[in-house]
Design a protein around this ligand. Structure first.
Ligand code: FES
Ligand SMILES: [Fe+2]
Length: 369
């Protein structure tokens, strides 16, 4: 037999595992934040929750910092949207902060608080390590750890290059699934399920063959496209004067441990997803679609984007709904079994995902895994 054991079913719903993951997996690894162009202007910001830690990544006059998104006064959330453009001022009593997290302004300080410079400094927001790989921003909550370059290994030059090619944002959105975040990730890590789950959608788009590469928990799955989507994209590129990524021309899929995936279609369209844990049995899937840049460097018109969006949105939605149904059925059944599932060779990307997860979690678990 060439099978390996999956993670034990309890780890897909157990609250203690979930708490452990927030610290050992999410707070200690590099987590994807967004593209640099999402925080390019003064006051632009992105918020995300990394493990137990709410983080705001904010542009202060060109300086981009990752700070704790909790006010030092009475703990209101500083930025409440997932992204936007607004100075870092608390919405409750208007305390404001600088790029290093230091307190900038306290209304009525002289009469009501009497905070001197030292006291203000002590109330600084915690700052986190922010690094970029090409156009992508990643944050690490834990103080110590490898550089982003070491963490990504061979994926550093790959992400650096492709992030600079797919510069044109088309669409963003999110879905909520009633599954543990790991089950959500697992749905994109094999094409073995395509015949069963996507006979009328993904099966017509790509072949169910997959060539796999890996580095730690990060993996690549290269799947040949069917002829129809290839022809469609060749026509679209000619008509729209689009470039094509030189290296990746099939359906090339990258998973960056712990929770980020990038799918490239015919070197022309990028679909980037993150899988955020909400509770031990709920996750949020965030997606962004980006097109390859145009030959003349100009932005694709809104009309053209609308066509791509319309074409892709329904396709994307259909596939995700098919995946959601089957993933939620696996999730619902986890408490009814107490032996791990098995993984075949065609599911090797999941094995690498599980191995990385085990090495993050294992020293902390008293039994089981
Ligand atoms: S809670 Fe932020 S200023 Fe009061
Ligand atoms: Fe799927």
């Amino acid at each position: 037999m060439i099978v390996t054991q999956a993670i034990h079913p309890t780890h897909y719903y157990d609250q203690a595992t979930f708490e452990l993951e927030r610290e050992e997996v999410f707070e200690k690894n590099w987590i994807f934040v967004g593209f640099k162009d999402q925080v390019a202007k003064n006051h632009d910001f992105i918020t995300l929750k990394v493990g137990n830690t709410p983080v705001v990544v904010q542009n202060f006059n060109g300086q981009v910092s990752a700070l704790l998104n909790i006010c030092s006064h009475r703990r209101a959330q500083l930025q409440t949207q997932t992204q936007g453009n607004r100075p870092l001022v608390c919405p409750y009593h208007c305390w404001s902060y600088k790029s290093d997290g230091a307190l900038a302004g306290v209304p009525q300080n002289r009469t009501d608080f009497g905070l001197d410079e030292a006291a203000k400094k002590a109330l600084s927001l915690k700052e986190f390590t922010l690094e970029s790989c090409g156009e992508l921003l990643f944050v690490r909550v834990a103080k110590a750890g490898p550089s982003l370059e070491n963490y990504l290994g061979p994926y550093y030059p790959i992400l650096s290059r492709i992030s600079a090619e797919f510069t044109d944002p088309v669409q963003q959105g999110h879905y909520q699934w009633n599954t543990n975040w790991k089950i959500a990730c697992e749905t994109v890590l094999e094409v073995y399920h395509v015949a069963g789950v996507h006979p009328e959608s993904f099966a017509k788009f790509a072949k169910a063959e997959c060539d796999i590469e890996f580095f730690n928990g990060h993996t690549t799955g290269n799947t040949p496209l069917q002829d129809t989507p290839k022809k469609w994209w060749a026509g679209a590129r000619k008509h729209l004067k689009l470039e094509q990524s030189s290296e990746y021309t099939e359906y090339n899929h990258f998973f960056i441990y712990p929770n980020m995936a990038i799918g490239l279609t015919n070197g022309s369209l990028m679909s980037l997803q993150t899988y955020d844990p909400l509770t031990s049995t709920q996750s949020q899937l965030n997606f962004q679609l980006r097109m390859i840049k145009r030959l003349d460097g100009s932005a694709t018109s809104d009309a053209v984007k609308a066509v791509i969006k319309a074409n892709f949105t329904e396709f994307n939605h259909t596939i995700l709904e098919e995946d959601r149904l089957v993933a939620e059925s696996c999730q619902a059944n986890m408490p009814a079994v107490n032996t791990p599932g098995i993984l075949g060779q065609c599911e090797d990307r999941i094995r690498h995902f599980h191995d990385a997860w085990r090495s993050d979690i294992k020293p902390q678990l008293s039994s089981g895994e």
